[in-house]
Design a protein around this ligand. Structure first.
Ligand code: 6R9
Length: 643
């Protein structure tokens, strides 16, 4: 039996949603979905309010995801303009620099609005128009937020690429969506280190012929060579006015593309809409985190990931929140840093990943205890299953038992939280994301697609659309259908395994496909394999996940060398570096095992099940190896396991 943490009376009394309202929301969503969603949609400011809600279908014949299709709005106006009259002088964005001795910056809603309008005019002056794709490759500085919201203001589609990705990975993403323009900075800073963003863009440009213009924000003042393709942001900004009307958009017009790893092929450009996405980001921020004006909200993600999109920018700003953006790392200069930032800005809610908590937990409680943290009232987590030990540490040591833990399960594809508690209404169980939010319809199925009822484990599907659902894979609608709707026809398949307990609580057990979750970041095993086989000495590679104390999962690579090549420690180091350069540091293999052969079926399919077991060190239960073309390769793999 797992522990149950009851909602405190204090929370239940003061929350936006208490147990009674929670039940009413569920009933309304179930009994009259159209009325429910049109009603919820009123939390946005529409130029033309929608009269239709869900028009989606998961069936092949009339497949598509569509919400609020006759509504018109502008996302940036919802995040900025509509707050000006009531809270123009309230702080919208707090920026905390990498180095603790530097001064933070604060922007009121009015100031943020002015910066965004000016940035939007710079983009327009460069010829960017509605529907054009703009790639944003930035450090965590305020200008990253300006650039994102500027795109939304003029109806350009932003594609934010995480600043830790390599020039190659960046080039692939620029080309895939045919971006003409990249916004970057001279350099970025993180944990005292410098990241050569502009130099990376220059390298990417050689492989990305669509790229014609680079807007460079002066962030660190590093000396970077400028070419005819480049313009300094501050110079361009001085030439334009700060007055920029917001472009009216259809609810279904695209807002952004965000590349994410899948089980096959190159990363997919997940496309999100304007109306449905913004509603979901805003509503889930309101429901799950019980935000109220004056609270300081801190989502400690990077804007290069969906969590940063939905919960640093769109959700909180749509709700008129004060959102904190932090340039650095949670544990630099030391493991107190994250809590010192909480104290410095009197943060009410912090939303972070289990991997960060595990890393901090390892350093000992003293780093936490010496900080005050009395401003905290809620603690959130996202990105991967949280182990009960980390959950309890977060609850007992960080929150001192005062702060509910809101564990949110969701995906880049879902736009916002899907299975998560509401702090005034949901009892908590450490390690469970609890229950689906109103209007979310999860279902567990077995391998054959049979629906499983009651307390059971299975593969997690969602049977009906929700407003924040992705609309397509950029440039490949067939791949969207194929990836998510064909494994279990008529349902959206999440790729996650999940257990439902006797109380109807959901416990995500992790990916059941060839995606691994490294420090809360998704990495496709196929991507790492493609990078490895590009190396001249590598014949074949197979990559699987392995358990890792801090990262949750680590990357374990089996590598077969070309005939005549010898395995060595130098080559191992070279291959690790190779993958870092090809994809980025987050893809660096934790273990590389040189193998004379890989376990394959007679039809040539690699038996990953066996490779996973060996990487996990679970060699006593390799299961049936009789279908292997050459069962003896397994003996060698077991004997030479790394770690
Ligand atoms: C938001 C985000 C999605 C994958 C998802 C699942 C895992 C996310 C989780 C969780 C257990 C949670 N995941 N949140 N697993 N509990 N609270 O992380 O998006 O980067 O697309 O990753 O992350 O496996 O399928 P994304």
């Amino acid at each position: 039996m797992s522990d149950v943490y009851r909602v405190s009376q204090d929370w239940a009394r003061h929350a936006h949603v208490d147990a009674e309202k929670y039940a009413a929301l569920y009933d309304a969503a179930a009994s009259d979905p159209t009325g429910f969603w049109l009603d919820q949609a009123q939390r946005l400011d529409w130029i033309v309010p929608p009269t239709v809600a869900d028009q989606s279908s998961f069936d092949e014949a009339d497949f598509g995801v569509r919400w609020f299709a006759d509504g018109r709005l502008n996302v940036a106006a919802n995040c900025l303009d509509r707050h000006l009259a009531s809270r123009g002088n309230d702080v919208a964005l707090i920026w905390e620099p990498d180095a603790p001795e530097e001064e933070p910056k604060r922007f009121t809603y009015l100031e943020l609005f002015q910066h965004v309008c000016r940035f939007a005019n710079v983009l327009k002056a460069e010829g960017v128009a509605k529907g054009d794709r703009v790639t944003i490759y930035m450090p965590m500085i305020p200008e990253a937020a300006f650039a994102v919201l500027a795109c939304a203001r003029i109806g350009a589609i932003h594609s934010v690429v995480f600043g830790g990705f390599s020039p190659d990975a960046l080039a692939g993403r620029i080309e895939d969506c045919d971006s003409r323009l990249v916004v970057t900075a001279d350099c970025g800073r993180r944990g005292g280190k410098t990241i050569p963003l502009k130099a990376n863009v220059d390298a990417a440009a050689e492989r990305a012929p669509s790229l014609k213009r680079v807007i460079v924000v002066k962030a660190t003042g590093a000396d970077v060579p400028m070419t005819g393709r480049d313009v300094w942001y501050h110079e361009a900004a001085a030439q334009v006015s700060a007055d920029c009307p917001a472009e009216p958009m259809d609810a279904e017009d695209p807002l952004f593309i965000l590349y994410t790893s899948g089980s096959t092929g190159k990363p997919k450009g997940v496309l999100h809409s304007s109306g449905g996405y913004l509603l979901w980001a805003s509503l889930t921020h309101h429901w799950c985190f019980d935000y109220r004006p004056g609270d300081v909200w801190w989502c400690a993600a990077d804007i290069g990931w969906v969590t940063g999109h939905s919960y640093i920018l769109y959700g909180p700003l749509a709700n008129g929140a004060t959102t904190l953006m932090y340039e650095g790392l949670p544990n630099w200069p030391d493991a107190s840093r994250i809590w010192q930032v909480v104290d410095r800005h009197k943060v009410h809610t912090i939303f972070t990943a289990p991997t960060a908590l595990r890393a901090l937990m390892k350093e000992g409680d003293a780093f936490v205890a010496k900080t005050d943290r009395s401003s905290l009232k809620l603690l959130g987590t996202v990105g991967e299953p949280i182990n009960p030990e980390a959950w309890r540490w977060y609850n007992d040591v960080v929150g001192e038992g005062r702060c509910p833990i809101v564990d949110t399960w969701w995906q880049t594809e879902t736009g916002g939280a899907m299975i998560a508690p509401m702090p005034g209404a949901t009892d908590l169980k450490p390690g469970s994301a609890t229950k689906p939010l109103p209007g979310v319809h999860p279902q567990l199925v077995d391998e054959t697609g049979k629906v499983l009822d009651g307390a059971v484990s299975g593969n997690l599907c969602i049977t009906r659309s929700w407003p924040g659902q992705m609309r397509t894979v950029w440039g490949d609608h067939a791949r969207f259908f194929q990836t998510y709707f064909t494994t279990y026809p008529g349902k959206y398949f999440t790729g996650d395994g999940c257990r439902r307990d006797e109380d109807g609580y959901y416990w995500i057990t992790g990916r059941v496909d060839d995606v691994i979750n490294v420090s809360g970041h998704r990495m496709g095993t196929a991507e790492v394999e493609s990078a490895l086989v590009l190396h001249a000495k590598v014949a074949e590679a197979a990559v699987v996940g392995m358990p890792h104390d801090v990262k949750g999962q680590g990357i374990y690579a089996y590598v077969t060398l070309n005939a005549g090549e010898a395995a060595s420690e130098e080559l191992r180091a070279e291959l690790r570096q190779w993958v870092r350069t090809e994809i980025g540091p987050i893809a660096t293999p934790d273990a590389i095992q040189f193998a004379p052969g890989l376990p394959k079926t007679r039809s040539g399919k690699i038996m990953r099940r066996i490779l996973r077991k060996i990487a996990e060190g679970d060699v006593s239960s390799l299961g049936d190896t009789s279908t292997l073309a050459d069962p003896s390769v397994v003996d060698d793999l077991v004997a030479n396991r790394v770690g």
